[in-house]
Design a protein around this ligand. Structure first.
Ligand SMILES: [Zn+2]
Length: 201
């Protein structure tokens, strides 16, 4: 089993300040979080930077990801080190992911820029049921959405600053391998968890 924070922004997101070098140093120092997904807004530059810096460390795994601002709300794609082409409708972004065997996650469905109930109309792979930057009641609503849709729930800190890193994380029944991890999430072999130090969860 691995523990992974599946929603992290670096300074390559306009609204975030986490420096790639600092992120890799903190991963190196962490006792059990060794897998993360970089999910910057509409760019994969931060992923490439972090991935390069982490490459000397065998136990650290960086999953390529992107949080796409679709015309209908935010969507996270994991597993594809590419930016989808415009127009960024939900349908186009989901097709982009399917064609490249990525994983589609609906982040913070009921927060600003969330898809809300609209998610039910699309074939997504998982729902972010524990977002480290969302209030408890909105995470509960996302949990209900996942149940209703019969999909896996995943967790990600949505950290934009270092102090919010891995407040919550996903426990995945897979080894440290991207294909295995994405497959395990699709098949439901995942649970959400929060760090003892995080408050409010
Ligand atoms: Zn985010």
């Amino acid at each position: 089993m691995i523990q992974a924070d599946l929603h992290i922004h670096t300074a390559y997101s306009a609204d975030a300040s986490i420096q790639p070098k600092n992120l890799v140093d903190q991963l190196y120092a962490h006792s059990f979080i060794k897998t993360i997904a970089i999910t910057d807004h509409n760019t994969i530059e931060g992923y490439h930077k972090v991935s390069k810096l982490a490459s000397p460390y065998e136990d650290i795994l960086i999953i390529p990801g992107i949080e796409v601002s679709t015309t209908e709300g935010d969507l996270i794609i994991l597993g594809i080190p590419e930016v989808p082409q415009k127009p960024l409708t939900i349908g186009n972004v989901i097709d982009f992911s399917r064609e490249r065997s990525g994983l589609v996650i609906v982040p913070h469905a009921y927060r600003a820029n969330g898809l809300g109930d609209l998610a039910k109309e699309y074939k997504v792979d998982a729902i972010e049921t524990l977002n480290g930057s969302s209030p408890l009641n909105l995470n509960r609503m996302a949990e209900n959405l996942a149940k209703e849709m019969g999909l896996s729930g995943v967790a990600g800190s949505d950290a934009h600053t270092t102090k919010l890193l891995w407040t919550v994380y996903s426990e995945i029944q897979a080894s440290s391998n991207i294909d295995e991890i994405l497959k395990a999430i699709k098949q439901g072999f995942v649970k959400v968890a929060s760090s003892p130090k995080s408050i409010g969860f």
